[in-house]
Design a protein around this ligand. Structure first.
Ligand SMILES: *Cc1c(COP(=O)(O)O)cnc(C)c1O
Length: 401
């Protein structure tokens, strides 16, 4: 197939929508994935295709065995940092969940999960040919997951199919309201039933302290591009020794003609996972990640301050549990919504007003509710964001108490 010569021209000189240095970006999924300078340099060094594979050991030919660059050490350090025994870097948090479901259960099995779980938790279960049983939440305004109900749901599964669910999954901090769930309540229930407990730390590990041992997690999943200052795609699958045989089961297939076998390869990793620049960004940012989680307390002070200031605006209130225990925040903003009804740009007016003030990341078109994430903003930037919202509120006649 030939395509017209001019068509590929548009892929030259690609530019992002905004320059990260000139704008304050409040986009919830992007705050924890901003690269460190070390990671940026690493991209230049390791940008080529299979750049991690110069010293792949011939016998065990596997990513986690490579010692230059020090991938093998990194996997050990990563596991230890999370309070787990073993770690693998995979392409995304959702892949980590899929691997866990696939290797722990059989088609038709259930996964019990919280009703604020990310869509990718559902889809990972679907691809593993499993069903889900949801644990309810309180609804507005808190949307608090009823953690003790995990026991009820496990019982329901048991009654319905005569066996236990393949796994229990809890979203440590959900992507909707930024609620922090107490993992210990669920790990205790899961342990009583002997069901593996997966803690999905996409929004927590890498930005705040997470100790799998303390929380009772059997498996931790996380997202490098969301919370570890790494490029996409990177995900983390960490687990305890007791599940190692299941999760790292080796390939058994044999060629019918050639009798070729690949017994060194880990089946669920399809042999190797992230064999280039994204893995190296995760490694290059790791020293900073290890130290930044210790500064989480200040991140919480900043978000609480901004929430309390924004709630001074007429018709603005924070949804989800109070006080904030995470920087991802969901605001209900009736005041801005009322303005949008009369504005010629409708719901886009708020985006326009913010962008004019060099703030991006509030989803264009939304005014009734919106989400933001203050992770990593300086106090000066926090005050700047507050002033911008006050300014817009005043411009359209909303009261500020
Ligand atoms: C963002 C998010 C994910 C998806 O992470 P990927 O690495 O992009 O797969 C999964 N779970 C939760 C709770 C998230 O917030």
């Amino acid at each position: 197939m030939k395509i017209p010569k001019e068509r590929p021209e548009k892929y030259k000189g690609l530019k992002r929508d905004f320059a990260e240095e000139e704008y304050i970006n409040l986009q919830p999924i992007q705050r924890g994935g901003i690269l460190t300078e070390e990671a940026m340099r690493a991209i230049l060094e390791f940008g080529d295709g299979y750049s991690t594979c110069d010293w792949c050991p011939p016998k065990t030919a596997r990513l986690d065995m490579i010692t230059s660059p020090p991938i093998q050490d990194f996997y050990k350090d990563l596991a230890e940092f999370l309070g787990m025994d073993v770690a693998r870097v995979v392409t995304r948090c959702r892949e980590a969940k899929f691997i866990a479901f696939k290797m722990l259960g059989r088609p038709g099995d259930y996964v019990v999960l919280d009703s604020t779980a990310h869509y990718s938790s559902y889809i990972a279960a679907e691809l593993a040919e499993m069903k889900v049983k949801e644990v309810p939440n309180s609804g507005p305004p808190e949307f608090r997951v009823d953690l003790n109900e995990y026991a009820t749901k496990i019982e329901e599964v048991k009654k319905e199919c005569g066996r236990l669910p393949a796994a229990v999954l809890l979203t440590h901090v959900d992507y909707l309201y930024g609620n922090l769930n107490d993992a210990r309540i669920v790990s205790k229930i899961a342990r009583e039933y002997g069901v593996p407990f997966i803690l999905n730390c996409a929004y927590t590990a890498g930005v705040m302290p997470v100790d799998g041992r303390e929380l009772g997690a059997d498996i931790i999943t996380s997202s490098g591009h969301k919370s570890w200052a790494a490029s996409a795609p990177t995900g983390i699958l960490a687990f305890n020794r007791s599940l190692e045989d299941k999760l790292t089961a080796r390939s058994k297939i044999e060629g019918d003609l050639t009798k070729r076998k690949f017994g060194a390869k880990e089946l669920a990793m399809l042999g190797c996972t992230v064999m280039g620049a994204p893995l190296i960004t995760l490694m290059a940012s790791f020293p900073e990640v290890v130290s930044r989680v210790e500064r989480w307390g200040e991140e919480i002070e900043k978000v609480r301050y901004l929430v309390s200031e924004l709630e001074r605006i007429e018709g603005v209130r924070q949804l989800g549990m109070r006080p904030k225990l995470h920087t991802l925040t969901h605001m209900e903003t009736e005041g801005f919504y009322k303005i949008s009804l009369k504005h010629k740009r409708k719901g886009f007016f708020l985006y326009d007003e913010l962008r004019e003030r060099k703030i991006v990341g509030i989803q264009p078109g939304l005014t009734k509710h919106f989400k933001f994430n203050t992770y990593g903003l300086t106090w000066e930037q926090i005050r700047y964001v507050r002033d911008a919202f006050f300014d817009i509120a005043k411009k359209y006649g909303l009261g500020i108490s």
